[in-house]
Design a protein around this ligand. Structure first.
Ligand code: PLP
Length: 421
């Protein structure tokens, strides 16, 4: 008997190891796991409480008032043209990514590297081919029209191709500009490529300048997003898919069919609560403004410190990740027997209690000395309250970072010491 060869995710393994060390009394700086630290917006929690007794299955695509609210949210924020008929709600966007890939009998998945851990695994479970598009720190970890075209040409003849683009990105923290996306669009159009634009970190663009690929390439772009990141509610499991009005009817039908045969519908009380999250309101604007600027201040402070110490890292554009390139330390690390990213992260965790996720988990070559750092190890509720007390008109200063990000500052200090030791 042979089964799908799939291991427990690297993120969860790291989490278990981290907790084992904590249980032994060690201090661990948790830069490994990417979970939003803020509580969900209070108005959505209240709405969930009100609708806790909703127990019926809903239509597969989700309840209409939610789909309407989603359409208006993305039209308002990102200028997306979509109708409620082309929205599919699911228990998390991860399942939607899987459903999209499952809708194709055969597929070449074009994947910028480094990329979030699950895309390639999902593609492989479904028997699809993955064509990695290597990016580099010097290019801010972004693909170019030339690298995209090369990847397309290297794929199989007459097999549909799907580019997965994630902006702002997990793991790099980088976001594509409108100009960069426009240049990629020319290539996508030339070869009639499908695009899956994973915009789960879109509302967390630090300057609130998220650009959706769907505004430039509406005919073949599918957008996935959800509440997990921007609304601090990963465990609520609410993901959304927006299809363009020109989507092939058979593709839409396949997606709804897969949904109906697998998850049936997203949890009903959560769908009702989500209406509050997607409706225009002062409370949600306020929540987003504060959480975004806390992420920006934290990410920028950490990136600046690491840059100063010789690590190649970009200041983030959005989300809550930095991708660290330790190439400049390769000689000194080699002398300590460290020649690959997994050994680097294991030693760093055991010797200094600093938990990073190795670059190899994101599809990078094993010997490329790089790792992802998520800067969410802080008390979101306290930081949020403090940011509101400071007022949106005043910026968050060093004192804010020192007070609310002291654990992370300690972790960065430990990492720097370790690198120079
Ligand atoms: N896409 C990216 C880039 C992510 O980082 C995550 C979660 O970590 C997801 C999708 C899945 O999110 P969810 O299934 O909670 O909507």
């Amino acid at each position: 008997m042979s089964f799908v060869n799939i291991n427990i995710s690297a993120t969860l393994q790291l989490n278990e190891l981290t907790h084992a060390l904590i249980d032994k009394g060690r201090t661990v700086y948790k830069f490994g796991l990417g979970q939003a630290p803020f509580p969900p917006p209070a108005c959505t929690v209240e709405a969930l409480r009100t609708h806790a007794d909703q127990k019926a299955y809903t239509p597969v695509q989700g309840i209409m008032p939610l789909r309407e609210a989603i359409v208006s949210f993305y039209s308002r924020r990102d200028n997306i043209q979509c109708t409620p008929e082309n929205v599919l709600v699911a228990p998390g966007s991860k399942l939607l990514l899987y459903a999209i890939m499952a809708a194709f009998e055969q597929l070449d998945v074009l994947l910028p590297l480094p990329s979030w851990v699950s895309y390639a695994t999902q593609a492989r479970i479904l028997g699809h081919s993955v064509i990695g598009i290597q990016t580099h720190v010097a290019d801010a970890w972004k693909i170019s029209p030339a690298t995209l075209e090369k990847a397309i040409i290297s794929g199989r003849k007459n097999i549909p191709k799907l580019l997965i683009i994630n902006s702002p990105s997990n793991p790099t923290g980088m976001a594509y500009t409108a100009e960069e996306l426009a240049a990629l669009t020319q290539v996508l159009r030339k070869y009639n490529i499908y695009a899956l634009s994973d915009e789960i970190y879109g509302p967390l663009h630090h300057m609130d300048k998220h650009v959706s690929l769907a505004t430039l390439y509406p005919e073949r772009t599918m957008i996935t997003s959800g509440l997990s990141k921007w609304a601090g509610s990963g465990g609520w499991r609410l993901g959304v898919l927006l299809l363009s009005h020109t989507v092939e009817p058979t593709l839409k039908q396949a997606l709804i069919g897969i949904a109906s045969e697998t998850w049936s519908c997203a949890p009903t009380p959560i769908q009702y609560a989500a209406i509050t999250a997607y409706k225009a309101s002062e409370a949600i604007n306020d929540y987003l403004q504060h959480t975004r600027r806390i992420y920006a201040a934290t990410g920028n402070a950490i990136a600046a410190k690491l840059q100063q110490e010789g690590v190649y890292v970009h200041s983030p554009n959005g989300g809550f990740y930095l991708f660290l390139d330790f190439s400049s330390f390769s000689d000194t690390l080699a002398k300590r027997g460290i020649q690959d990213s997994r050994t680097l992260c294991t030693q760093l965790l055991h010797e200094k209690g600093v938990a990073l996720l190795a670059g190899v988990e994101f599809g990078m070559a094993p010997d490329y000395l790089c790792a992802r750092l998520s800067y969410v190890d802080f008390d979101g509720e306290k930081a949020f309250t403090a940011s509101r007390a400071i007022g949106i008109e005043n910026s968050l200063d060093r004192a804010f970072i020192n007070t609310h990000m002291h654990r992370q500052c300690g972790g960065i200090q430990a990492l720097v010491q370790w690198l120079h030791s």
